[in-house]
Design a protein around this ligand. Structure first.
Ligand SMILES: *Cc1c(COP(=O)(O)O)cnc(C)c1O
Length: 365
């Protein structure tokens, strides 16, 4: 296999497990048991219906989801959910939906919500440069809100909620695009969870949506067909031609999580070790590596930091690339450095990165 894949720290599309890539390679020519390329199998075939069914069952099992929830595979990315959620849940409502503005991606979700109905920003970290998340004492939620929307892991800034905010009586809607299946998430405390695949689950092109059945009953009746979740529920995610390839890769990743990792609790332990290693290195660097996120809100998935000077950051990124590490440049909106240590990044790979960083510091501090 290509050894560079294991040192890919891209923020997204992110790295995938090597065993999954090997199966994908084989399936481009011939899916075992089918004999056809994955790129040429009908979405109306029995094989694909079974693949969707297994992928759904695996996600249910990994999260411990009951039958009160539907698991859907949609297109349009997380960005499509920024508008699909308020079109279904906010259109025509008089009380505002509560939104948390905790970083780049939650900022992107606001304009689409405002197009559909009233929005109340409960808390914004913008004036402070999105370096921390709010404490419970800073949040006052409305019991009348149609829903609360927030992002569990702000991918750009590297901020992650380590608790579930909100009122239990108000539906929680959460964008988990960059930490879905990275740890247990108390899924049944949410009414709708969405996560596009390309950060932690598979390739771009498919978005997993988990939605409580009762949440959909009040949706407007005149939504465009594709934008009505109920059509996708009824069609078992084959309302139109779905991204067969992307869904198949997500299936392989869920099998990997179950069979090779042993579930999300084990995944969380591995992710914790990787994050502890990275943040320990930042904290022990005498201010050379400057983490952006407040210590209590640090993400286990995206480690964002700066070096003392922009020129050093450029040198760091160039030398890292030459040493085989890729995807370390910070998001184009933020600059700096970001190591994305999604599920597929192994502890061994993170140890190699930490080693490189320690040597770089000793040469340049
Ligand atoms: C990357 C990202 C998005 C954008 O996803 P698209 O699939 O490109 O629309 C939205 N939310 C979060 C948390 C992300 O990390």
């Amino acid at each position: 296999m290509n050894p560079l894949n294991s040192l890919n720290f891209s923020g997204g599309p992110g790295a995938l497990p090597e065993s999954v890539l090997l199966q994908v390679r084989e399936s481009v020519i011939s899916v075992p048991g089918v004999g056809l390329s994955i790129l040429g199998i009908s979405h109306r075939s029995d094989w694909f219906a079974a693949a969707v069914g297994e992928c759904e069952a695996n996600i249910r099992r990994l999260l411990g989801l009951s039958e009160a929830y539907h698991v859907l595979f949609l297109q349009g990315g997380a960005t499509q959910q920024f508008s699909m959620v308020p079109a279904s849940l906010l259109r025509g409502k008089s009380s505002p939906a509560d939104y948390l503005h905790t970083g780049y991606w939650s900022g992107k979700s606001l304009p689409d919500a405002r197009r559909e109905g009233p929005v109340r920003v409960v808390w914004s970290g913008e004036a402070e440069g999105f370096r921390r998340l709010p404490g419970d004492d800073e949040l006052s939620f409305s019991p009348d809100a149609p829903y609360l929307h927030y992002i569990s892991n702000e991918t750009v800034e590297g901020l992650q909620f380590h608790r579930v905010p909100g009122l239990d009586g108000v539906p929680r809607v959460c964008d988990m695009s960059s930490d879905f299946l990275s740890a247990p998430c108390e899924a049944e405390r949410f009414s709708l969870i969405y996560a596009h695949a390309q950060k932690n689950l598979g390739p771009a092109g498919v978005t997993v949506v988990i939605v409580r059945d009762e949440l959909l009953s009040g949706a407007p009746g005149d939504l465009p067909g594709f934008l009505d979740y109920r059509n996708h529920v009824e069609a078992h995610s084959v309302f139109n031609t779905p991204p067969v390839f992307a869904i198949y890769v997500v299936l392989l990743v869920t099998r990997w999580l179950i069979d090779e990792i042993g579930g999300v609790a084990n995944m969380a332990r591995i992710n914790r070790s990787k994050a502890d290693l990275m943040y320990g290195l930042l904290d022990g660097s005498d201010g050379f590596y400057r983490g952006k996120a407040a210590a209590g809100d640090r993400s286990t998935m995206n480690v964002s930091f700066n070096l003392p000077r922009a020129e050093l950051e450029g040198r760091f990124l160039a030398q890292a690339l030459a040493a085989g590490f890729s995807g370390l440049a910070g998001h184009r909106s933020a600059g700096g450095v970001r190591a994305s240590i999604y599920n597929a990044a192994t502890l061994a790979a993170v140890e190699k990165l930490a080693d490189f960083m320690e040597h770089f510091r000793l040469r340049h501090a």
